[in-house]
Design a protein around this ligand. Structure first.
Ligand SMILES: [Zn+2]
Length: 378
């Protein structure tokens, strides 16, 4: 199959259907010059394989000598002569071609094709340029691929000020009012600046393809005795977040694996929405993947209690799960070890929030193993 962007000649050579179809087209042309030009299907065929370069296909079909080598090799009887016979054969073959091969050609990279069903409609861009909008490609999806959740580490008033007047922003802000309100600060079609240096599973700089949701929350506070306290999120506020995420992922077709926390995609310098964020509630609604199976975690944990995997294993598995860390990086550099600790902290905040010291342990290893090892099929 020709790949997206390739034209007539080399890419088409590989396809016997195309060769057969072109042979018929050229026979039709030889028998009744100009015949194929009257056929919309033949025109489409030539257009699909290279437009004006269609003459190059004659050499491919007939060889350098110009004789119909294909007909000689297959020992075919000469076909009916004349324009009518040629057109009939051509139509038959083109129809077969359409059924088998052309959809994939026309679809290029996407692999599917649709026949336009509407006529052209003229409108104008916002800049006044006339454009036709009557045809719509089937091969398309939303530019939004991720939802990134944050906390603001500040009051509603401070959050609104920072997110509207400073060089940071989010599409939505979910307040801690009673009842909570959802503020839209950036239209979804535009890029908000909420996850600068970020990555997930090879995706980088996620601002361009994500919706950012800020949640008004104080972050963590330090008690007089020096203890860190992560205040819970009010239920009503989480209800609002869940409804907002549900609405966004449904409209944009976002996968559950792509609903993430800021700390997960920017672990080197962030950890919001923090260990108090109730990810299991989103899992209950199917907005994020199900929690790791406790039975599998327990079984694996027993194994790791006696032999804890080394740091390189953790690094590799965290990268495999999606975290933006080089899974094969050499760990003798302090910087890389620090990054691994930050990634592990964020991993624990989400999957084992009771302790998030960033240190490797058997339970973290077991959860990570379950997340990266699909359950064997029965
Ligand atoms: Zn954030």
């Amino acid at each position: 199959m020709p790949r997206c962007g390739q034209r007539a000649g080399r890419p088409v050579r590989r396809h016997w259907i195309a060769r057969d179809a072109l042979r018929q087209v050229w026979r039709a042309e030889d028998e009744a010059p100009g015949a194929w030009r009257g056929s919309a299907m033949a025109g489409t065929l030539f257009g699909a394989i290279g437009g004006s370069d269609w003459r190059a296909t004659r050499t491919w079909v007939y060889g350098e000598s110009g004789r119909d080598l294909g007909a000689a090799a297959t020992g075919r009887r000469p076909g009916r002569t004349g324009r009518r016979g040629a057109m009939k054969r051509l139509a038959r073959l083109c129809a077969a071609l359409f059924a088998i091969a052309l959809p994939a050609w026309l679809a290029g990279c996407a692999g599917t094709v649709t026949t336009p069903t509407t006529t052209t409609t003229t409108t104008t861009t916002e800049g006044g340029l006339p454009i036709e909008t009557g045809y719509a490609s089937r091969a398309q999806d939303s530019r939004v691929q991720f939802v990134i959740l944050h906390y603001t580490a500040g009051s509603l008033a401070t959050s609104l000020m920072v997110l509207t007047e400073r060089e940071v922003s989010a599409h939505y802000l979910v307040s801690d009012e009673d009842p909570p309100r959802i503020y839209r600060l950036v239209p979804e079609g535009r890029r908000a600046w909420h996850s600068g240096a970020s990555g997930w599973k090879g995706h980088r700089l996620l601002n361009a393809g994500s919706i950012g949701i800020e949640i008004v929350h104080p972050g963590y506070v330090t008690a007089p005795d020096g203890q860190r306290i992560d205040p819970p999120f009010p239920d009503a506020q989480i209800d609002a977040v869940i409804e907002l995420v549900r609405d966004i992922v449904a409209r944009h077709g976002i996968r559950a694996e792509h609903v993430l926390g800021h700390g997960e995609v920017s672990p080197s310098y962030k950890e919001d929405p923090g260990p108090a964020f109730p990810w299991p509630r989103l899992a209950e609604r199917g907005l994020v993947p199900p929690l790791p199976d406790p039975a599998r975690v327990a079984a694996r944990r027993a194994l790791y209690e006696s032999a804890l995997p080394d740091l390189a294993w953790f690094q590799r598995k965290l990268a495999e799960h999606g975290y933006p860390i080089d899974g094969e990086a050499v760990l003798d550099r302090p910087q890389q070890r620090a990054l691994l600790g930050r990634v592990l902290t964020n991993f624990q905040m989400r999957y084992r929030p009771a302790r998030f010291d960033g240190l490797p342990d058997a339970e973290s290893a077991a959860i990570l193993w379950v997340l990266t090892t699909p359950e064997p099929r029965p």
